[in-house]
Ligand binder design. Structure first.
Ligand code: ZN
Length: 175
């Protein structure tokens, strides 16, 4: 139903906001579903832990992520003339389903992408670090093999691109 990060740690969506501030978890034909029983709304038949809030009562939208992140509020206005994208206000007819408009949903998607940006970028660091460590182990093994085969520290230093002394310092006590 939502957007999933590459590492599957984050799933985000554009949630509807109830008058009491709760964020929707789902929707049905009768309205938006909100976890928790306030006593003000009827309960959903399939999910008895959820209130059904009529579409007309939804006051806005905001991004939500399974990690707990929430985006800034997008306010629902009561007339088309009050819609103002720059100020995070949008109009959806009270006759319609209260889902965010495509434009607001796209904006919330962008907010969510910015939210997961750091963890997506860190995946690249993790992959590079893995390769770096593997290459380090391979270097240690090949140096040991070269030494065993009779190469000098000067030879090994030259092959690695470092001084004889640096090669000796790095690998002599690993022999
Ligand atoms: Zn998240």
């Amino acid at each position: 139903m939502g957007w999933v990060s590459t590492d599957n740690e984050h799933e985000g969506w554009a949630a509807c906001v109830a008058p009491d501030g709760r964020l929707s978890g789902s929707s049905s034909g009768e309205g938006m579903l909100f976890r928790g029983i306030s006593g003000r709304y009827k309960r959903d038949k399939m999910m008895p832990d959820y209130d059904v809030v009529p579409d007309a009562e939804i006051v806005g939208w905001r991004g939500q992520c399974t990690c707990g992140w929430q985006g800034q509020m997008w306010e629902r206005v009561i007339s088309p003339a009050d819609a103002d994208f720059q100020h995070r206000r949008d109009y959806v007819s009270p006759e319609d389903s209260a889902h965010a408009s495509l434009r607001v949903e796209d904006a919330i998607h962008d907010e969510w992408k910015a939210h997961i940006g750091p963890s997506e970028a860190l995946l690249g660091v993790e992959a590079a670090a893995r390769e770096y460590n593997q290459a380090g182990h391979r270097l240690d093994k090949t140096v040991a093999a070269a030494k065993a085969a009779g190469a000098s520290w000067a030879d090994i230093g030259r092959a690695v691109g470092i001084s004889r002394q640096s090669a000796h310092e790095r690998w002599a006590d690993k022999q």
